[in-house]
Ligand binder design. Structure first.
Ligand code: ZN
Length: 766
């Protein structure tokens, strides 16, 4: 799962929704309570409320605990015996609970370590132990025979010896800083600390700058003793704790050998040497106890203030005098994936699907990542099965997916979506993801057409620790965290969670970016007493001592995600509202204009200072300082086509919101045929975000509004076709993408207009 969760997901923001009726449905007054749910009539709304209440009351924390105990009892990475065993156990439960379930398998490239050596050969000798020790108090930490060693999957094989250089987080701006310090990484091995983006960016950028090897370590400032007491006395990463993880490049997710198609028998496979997503240089993750001797042996310039971690040393950049030898080789074998897919067939004839998923594979025991999401999801399935026995039949078909192979690179979900792309485009109305869960506040991100319905559900769920709804608690926290009076004032007037755009890093990616399905990712967190991300210590002992120990937030996740599934599956009218989405897209466009203006100002000022001699006059002559280069000031870009299309989008979204008001007030019954027509319109709208050619540099990513960044990974880069060229300072290419994006937005607007027209005619008495 993503490390992003701990960084941004809890910074919940709220926004105005122009669709005030949906909001009133969940206000606390008794009168508002009686108003029908969004997408329901008075009759169906009452019935839905009853079923949802029954569902929420039936979720049992002890069941979630037992699911976690069972699923995290042994290491269960891709290709391990317990990975398959878990898939079969999940399958048996899904069947027992009345779902129509099967396992779908794919054969994917999954390298595992063969040789790992990291040693310092100058100025002193030191050999890294590359191992997380067994702790007597932690029973599963001793399952060494089944544990994957500490490594980064999809690292290139390599055997290199070179001077060492510290590169902070190893992002692009860190290399600009190195240029100022007069340090080149050409021919060197770099050591970067974890944090500030997808780990795969670190070796990618290092390689682009000429480095021949990359080491990534966990600095205690990020998730160790600087944050809190370390394990096992407290929950934070101990000195020998290591974060495993994939370093796959961002061209496309999924199996490196089968981009764009399912990894099924007979699929056309690339040769390993042609797979673009394998790193160019060897990479190895280490603990800070292994990093400390290496970092201590560096000299050269002292690291800039914001590069320093929490180790008891003066952080130097190098190069050298430390010289290190790094050797990494993998067994490049193909391994089977086991996706468990369970369906509860709907009563409606419209053939629409609601899809819900969480992965089941882990790096080791993975109690937190991913089982703290998988265990509640299974409890959702159990309880939906229970309702089904009591007579509940969803209107739409519900599919629950327990994905395999998420950790190496979203393998299970991507291969499944690629295999079923045509069906999904025809049938899927929404994908609801989770990937782990802890104590604290609700975090939800996704496509903003779901903002109103997700917020409405969140108002119905009680926070386990406070007598508030999970929506209200998140809302009050946002006020508490607001940066100034203006933001607090804004927040106080808002009534919805604001869904931020999804980037990458969990199983929603293929749904949103490859087949254009509206998606939301949710979890609770922010009050955890530690972090053992991708370590052998992320296990049942750790989770039940330092995370959601009573599994009451597991219950809250099952209640929130499961109720969202039910709310959308049973609705007469799909509960989508486009006003928040139009606002979000308008905001993304404004950000592009601001980015251009900021860059113009920044480069103009810098060039002036270069002329004035500011840099040379102020640099300390005892230190190396290289002034930045003269930059061409970015030219004018014509955003008008995009602004015009966004005006159209706002008008169509507004028209649809008004049609919803009429729908809410309709007195006569609406024919099923008219309703099917509007629902079919609504299903099609999120597909209109796609352009089959994909992003200019990354054709797998077809969504023209939502995408992860090629150089951020986890982080979203909305309107990536334009924005990424701007990040590359390729202003002309960025400008040339604007009409294409405008066309996509216009097409979306056309789709919303059609839905509005069909809804208007459906609610107009004949
Ligand atoms: Zn995960």
């Amino acid at each position: 799962m993503t490390a992003l969760r701990s960084l941004t997901c809890y910074l919940l923001l709220f926004t105005f929704s122009s669709f005030t009726m949906a909001q009133s449905s969940s206000q606390s007054s008794a009168m508002a309570q009686a108003a029908p749910l969004f997408g329901y009539g008075p009759q169906t709304s009452g019935t839905e409320r009853d079923w949802e209440k029954k569902f929420q009351e039936g979720i049992v924390p002890a069941n979630i605990r037992e699911n976690m105990r069972r699923l995290s009892a042994r290491p269960h990475h891709v290709g391990s015996p317990y990975d398959k065993d878990n898939a079969e156990w999940i399958l048996a439960r899904f069947k027992e609970w009345g779902f129509d379930a099967h396992i779908e398998t794919f054969d994917v490239l999954f390298p595992t370590p063969k040789e790992r050596i990291l040693e310092m050969i100058e100025p002193t000798k030191f050999r890294a132990k590359l191992q997380e020790p067994v702790l007597a108090i932690d029973p599963t930490s001793s399952q060494t025979a089944e544990q994957l060693p500490t490594y980064n999957a999809y690292s290139a094989d390599g055997d290199v010896t070179a001077p060492l250089i510290y590169v902070n987080h190893g992002n692009r701006d860190d290399y600009e800083e190195l240029d100022r310090l007069g340090v080149s990484v050409k021919g060197a091995i770099v050591i970067a600390r974890y944090g500030a983006g997808w780990r795969g960016i670190k070796p990618k950028v290092a390689g682009e700058h000429g480095a021949i090897g990359c080491i990534i370590y966990s600095d205690p400032k990020n998730d160790g003793f600087f944050e809190g007491v370390d394990y096992p006395e407290g929950g934070w990463r101990p000195r020998d704790g290591v974060q495993r993880g994939s370093v796959m490049d961002t061209d496309y997710p999924g199996d490196p050998l089968t981009p764009g198609v399912g990894a099924v028998p007979g699929a056309k496979r690339l040769a390993i040497k042609d797979a673009k997503t394998i790193t160019k240089i060897p990479v190895l993750p280490i603990s800070y106890s292994d990093a400390l001797p290496l970092l201590s042996a560096l000299r050269g310039q002292i690291a800039p203030d914001n590069w320093r971690g929490a180790l008891p040393i003066t952080y130097h950049v190098g190069p050298g005098p430390a010289r290190v030898h790094l050797k990494v080789t993998s067994d490049w074998a193909t391994k089977p994936l086991y996706d468990v897919v369970a369906t509860l067939h709907g009563s409606g004839a419209d053939g629409q699907w609601v899809v819900r998923g969480n992965h089941h594979d882990a790096w080791v025991n993975g109690a937190d990542d991913p089982i703290s999401g998988q265990a509640p999801m299974m409890e959702e399935v159990r309880m939906l099965g229970e309702l089904h026995k009591q007579g509940w039949i969803p209107k739409r078909t519900i599919t629950y997916c327990a994905w395999d192979g998420e950790e190496p690179g979203l393998l299970g979900s991507v291969e499944w979506v690629e295999t079923h792309a045509d069906e999904l485009r025809k049938h899927a109305v929404v994908y609801i993801n989770s990937d782990g869960n802890e104590r604290g506040y609700l975090g939800a991100d996704g496509t903003q057409d779901l903002q109103v319905v997700v917020s409405a559900v969140a108002r119905d769920i009680r926070d386990p620790e406070k007598n508030l709804s999970v929506w209200e608690r998140a809302h009050l926290r946002a006020i508490n965290k607001a940066k100034d009076a203006e933001e607090r004032g804004q927040l106080r007037r808002l009534t919805d969670l604001r869904l931020e755009a999804l980037g990458d890093g969990s199983d929603f990616t293929a749904f949103q970016d490859f087949v254009g399905v509206s998606s939301v990712d949710m979890s609770f967190g922010g009050e955890d007493e530690g972090d053992q991300y991708h370590s052998i210590y992320d296990d049942f002992y750790w989770y039940t001592h330092f995370a959601d120990t009573e599994f009451v937030y597991g219950r809250a996740l099952a209640q929130t995600a499961g109720s969202t599934v039910m709310r959308i599956a049973d609705a007469d009218l799909l509960p989508f509202d486009y006003a928040p989405q139009a606002d979000a897209i308008a905001k993304y466009e404004t950000e592009l204009e601001k980015l251009l203006k900021d860059k113009q100002d920044e480069f103009t000022e810098r060039n002036l200072e270069l002329q004035e001699g500011v840099f040379t006059a102020t640099a300390d002559p005892h230190k190396t300082y290289v002034p930045p280069p003269v930059e061409a000031v970015p030219p004018f870009m014509n955003f008008a086509p995009m602004k015009n299309s966004i005006e159209l989008l706002k008008l169509s979204a507004d028209r649809y919101s008004k049609a919803l008001v009429k729908y809410r007030g309709a007195t006569s019954a609406i024919s099923p045929e008219s309703m099917d027509l509007v629902n079919a319109d609504l299903l099609g709208i999120s597909r209109l975000f796609l352009n089959e050619k994909g992003l200019p540099e990354r054709p797998w990513f077809k969504n023209q509004i939502y995408a992860p960044g090629a150089y951020t990974g986890y982080g979203a880069k909305p309107i990536a076709a334009v924005r990424e060229y701007m990040d590359e300072k390729k202003w002309r290419q960025a400008d040339s993408q604007i009409p294409m994006v405008a066309q996509v937005i216009e097409t979306i607007s056309g789709g919303i207009n059609k839905a509005a027209a069909d809804l208007e005619s459906a609610v107009t008495p004949k």
